[in-house]
Design a protein around this ligand. Structure first.
Ligand code: ARG
Length: 402
């Protein structure tokens, strides 16, 4: 009996060639699964029916398209917002967040079809292979994971020849300069001139952050217990909200990142991103936390945030430490409720202009210097004396700094 393999299919050259390669080299029956994680049709031009047909034409026995846009928003972007997640302080984990969504569906389809293996189109140099494989092992340690592109050793030209030889439709395969991965949370762009870290990043691959707005834009994002729920008072689903904020922020040119990052496999890589929605929402969320989180909780959370981002970047979405930090993050969000007002000025400038919350820990009576002051000034003297008692003793007995 032929081995059944469920392949994470994108419709691109590599995964199309992988279908035939799995049939030839692994004697496999290939089931293609394409997961819609919110790649916007406008910018990436995804046509899901066309992708499905291409998978079948490449030799798949079955091809399924799964709509996971809402799931991506609710179960992946919302926790990333709670954790203000930015890898190495910058990158909001666009690709890293989508891989566990795809893995979950791959494993479910593998179970449904009684498959023995899953496969993906990643090469050996990137993070995505790590996320696909570690994620799959976490959910289904019994499944084999096959990475054809890591094994076949074909150049791009050879892959195109392979496709021609097997009559695999590959769409327009003009020399593709950039490797682009896109989802609801933004776009990741690699290769081409970007590989020279000194060179100015080319403008051409950007699609979400082209300035089309004529004036400044002000957006009020409202949160309930850490979850963004409305824009300018209009309630919307997380997916629609991310989309709306992304489109408006992007139209003012906000949301580009140019960075050199540390991949899990030990390679430093220069990459550019455009994540207008993600960066705006995280900035708003973090600002609201300034208003609503108690000091010790806030400081401890700030220490855990980079760890959360690192775990997700490193493919540990499904792992005990990540689960435990998630529980902390969830608890911390109980009172992150209120509104944040953002102003965008083209090209690319964003400022937070105001924030308010019914459960703010900001107390005007305590903070003010005017007559409505409620602070007990007499308490300060003793507090400060005890706060400095240790150093005062050190100074008098041991000479202190002298
Ligand atoms: N460097 C980013 C990451 O590791 C983006 C990867 C993008 N993937 C791609 N196939 N272009 O998350």
């Amino acid at each position: 009996m032929a081995k059944r393999v469920v392949l994470a299919y994108s419709g691109g050259l590599d995964t199309s060639v992988a279908v035939r390669w799995l049939i030839e080299e692994e004697d496999a029956e290939v089931i293609c699964v394409a997961v819609d994680v919110g790649q916007s049709a406008e910018s990436s031009g995804e046509d899901w029916e066309e992708i499905r047909n291409r998978a079948l034409a490449a030799g798949a026995v079955e091809a399924t398209v799964i709509d996971a846009r809402a799931e991506m928003a609710e179960d992946y972007c919302i926790p990333a917002i709670a954790a203000n997640a930015r890898y190495e302080g910058k990158y909001p984990l666009v690709s890293a967040l989508s891989r566990p969504v795809i893995v979950k569906h791959l494993v479910a389809e593998a179970r449904r079809h009684g498959a023995q293996a899953v496969a993906h189109g990643c090469t050996g140099k990137g993070n995505d292979q790590v996320r696909f494989e570690v994620g799959t092992r976490a959910l289904a340690p019994d499944l084999e994971v096959i990475a054809p592109a890591r094994v076949w050793g074909m150049t791009r030209e050879e892959s195109i020849e392979y496709a021609a030889k097997w009559d695999i439709p590959i769409g327009q395969t003009k020399a593709k300069i950039y490797s682009i991965d896109e989802n609801l949370w933004g776009r990741a762009i690699e290769c081409g001139a970007i590989e020279d870290p000194w060179a100015t990043a080319p403008d051409e691959p950007y699609t979400l952050t082209r300035v089309t707005a004529t004036g400044p834009d002000e957006i009020v994002i409202s949160f309930e217990a850490g979850v963004p729920v409305s824009v300018d008072g209009r309630q919307m689903s997380p997916a629609d909200l991310i989309d709306e904020v992304g489109r408006r922020a992007g139209a003012t040119g906000f949301g580009r990142i140019d960075m050199v990052e540390n991949r899990r496999v030990g390679i430093k890589s220069r990459e550019v991103y455009e994540c207008p929605g993600a960066l705006a929402i995280i900035a708003a969320h973090a600002d609201l936390e300034d208003l609503c989180l108690e000091r010790d909780l806030h400081h401890e959370k700030a220490r855990l945030e980079p760890r959360w981002a690192e775990l997700v970047y490193d493919g540990m979405w499904f792992s005990p430490l990540k689960n435990s930090i998630d529980a902390f993050m969830a608890e911390s969000q109980k009172y992150v409720t209120g509104d944040v007002r953002l102003r965008f000025d083209a090209p690319g400038l964003m400022r937070i202009e105001g924030r308010r919350s019914p459960v703010a820990l900001y107390d005007h009576g305590l903070a003010t210097y005017d007559a409505s002051d409620t602070f007990r000034h007499q308490d300060a003297e003793g507090f400060v004396r005890l706060w400095g008692l240790g150093v005062a003793t050190w100074a008098s007995k041991q000479g202190g700094q002298a």
